[in-house]
Write a protein that binds this ligand. Structure first.
Ligand code: HAM
Length: 430
């Protein structure tokens, strides 16, 4: 019996793990330069946190959560996103006590029971940031800037930023009324999901992809037509800040997002060439969420992206050339004595931070050299019986094909000196 990974999940094989490591490091590094420090929260939380935080009427809560009972009959859920858990941790550990503004970054698996398709998985990896404690529109622009800085540095240049404001608890009821009035009698023509949404959370109908619903909604007012003065000024300022940073965006009045916690700014970045699931990241402001999760009224803004979708977009149009690094050095040895010397040398080189491989299959010299090439090593160190007699080894640089005879005792110093940038711990991506 052979098993396959559960549907909607993927193994990350060694050939791809270099791309993952580089981008995980890159994201946390860029987030740190913007002042966002990493937080790690559990991959499951009490179900109630998500039901209340994300909204009972959302698709995520209604249809997509992996929910289970533990042995004590407590309902737990694998996190479908990370914001709610980060808010829970912020409150539980009173992080507001460390300063008025709390900026957090995160990265890790999330789970949604959606129908798998290209770019949509049941387990996927989200990276993101949250900023708690300020209404300042500069922060809305900052998280957008950070998100775009990351995907651009990762190699993706072509994304479209969609931007909208959906107002606050004061102005949203007015918009709802205007929307319901504009849909009027034609509500009956909407798809069953939208009929239900119209009752529970009318704004979500704007998001429906069905052509019939789109035609019913053709002339309805925009969310921005009904913003109160404060929300309107806030949105103007977000746009001004983006303009100051030279960030282009497309005002998208239908953008409402799939989670209920948003207020004011909402945004998404979409990429071409990756099919229907083209949102590579999304986020916005959520000034009511912390209170809903049991804390004091505290504004928040953040975003999250899906790492898998970013890589799909990189493969489709960007530069996904980052693959797993092979060894920097491959030790080629012939004979028992030489193998013993190689084994000791491998230990020494690894201790000094250089990824090192050697032959464990007693292959011929030629086959070992071929293997060094196949693994993409920078240098091969050849230890033969003859060289061993002289206390030396031959270092062959595999790209330039030139070589040097080096004293065995000096090989580590010689190579670490010349392969500084290859040392593990000095990742060369940033
Ligand atoms: P979201 O739009 O639901 O927002 O998800 C963020 C990103 O996660 C999406 O843009 C997409 O790239 C990725 N994603 C979502 N579902 C899947 C899936 N089934 N398969 C693969 N990738 C997926 C949130 O989760 C919010 N917590 C974002 C946020 C943070 N807002 C404020 N702070």
């Amino acid at each position: 019996m052979r098993y396959a990974a559960p549907k909607g999940t993927k193994d990350i094989l060694p050939a791809q793990s270099g791309l993952w490591q580089a981008n995980e490091y890159l994201f946390l590094h860029i987030a740190a330069t913007y002042g966002y420090r990493e937080i790690r929260t559990p991959i499951f939380e009490k179900t109630e946190l998500f039901a209340r935080g994300l909204g009972d009427a959302t698709d995520v809560v209604q249809k997509e959560m992996f929910t289970f009972m533990d042995r004590g009959e407590r309902s737990l859920t694998l996190r479908p996103e990370l914001t709610a858990g980060v808010v829970r941790a912020y409150l539980e550990h009173s992080l507001s006590g460390e300063g008025p503004l709390c900026k957090l970054a995160y990265l890790g698996p999330a789970f949604r029971q959606e129908r798998p398709q290209a770019g949509r998985y049941q387990q996927f990896t989200q990276y993101g940031v949250e900023s708690f404690g300020s209404h300042d529109p500069s922060l809305d622009a900052e998280v957008i800037d950070l998100a775009l800085a990351f995907i651009k540095t990762s190699g993706l240049n072509q994304v479209k930023l969609l931007l909208n404001s959906i107002g606050c608890a004061e102005c949203r009821p007015l918009y709802r009324q205007a929307l319901l009035k504009a849909v009027g009698e034609r509500a009956r023509e909407l798809c069953p999901t939208c009929q239900d949404r119209l009752v529970r959370n009318p704004m979500r109908v704007l998001d429906c992809k069905s052509p019939v619903c789109q035609s019913v909604l053709a002339g309805v007012p925009s969310t921005t037509d009904h913003l109160c003065t404060a929300c309107s000024e806030h949105f103007q300022m977000v746009q001004r800040r983006l303009y100051e940073l030279g960030i282009e965006y497309t005002l998208t009045p239908r953008l409402v997002r799939g989670l209920d916690y948003y207020t004011n700014t909402v945004f998404e970045a979409v990429a071409g060439g990756i099919g229907a699931q083209d949102a590579i990241l999304g986020g916005g402001r959520y000034n009511g969420l912390i209170e809903v999760c049991g804390g004091p009224g505290t504004p928040g803004v953040g975003f999250a992206g899906g790492m898998e979708r970013l890589f799909l977009a990189l493969a489709a149009g960007g530069d996904a050339s980052q693959t797993s690094a092979g060894p920097s050095v491959f030790l080629v040895s012939l004979g028992d004595e030489a193998k013993t010397a190689a084994f000791r040398m491998a230990h020494e080189l690894r201790q000094s931070g250089l990824a090192t491989e050697m032959d464990y299959l007693n292959r011929s010299l030629k086959a070992q050299m071929r293997e060094a090439d196949r693994q993409g090593a920078k240098a091969a160190v050849i230890i033969g019986e003859e060289e061993l007699g002289r206390g030396t080894a031959t270092v062959r640089w595999l790209e330039g094909k030139h070589q040097a005879e080096v004293e065995i005792a000096q090989v580590t110093a010689y190579l670490t000196d010349r392969l500084q940038g290859e040392k593990i711990g000095t990742i060369g991506v940033v």
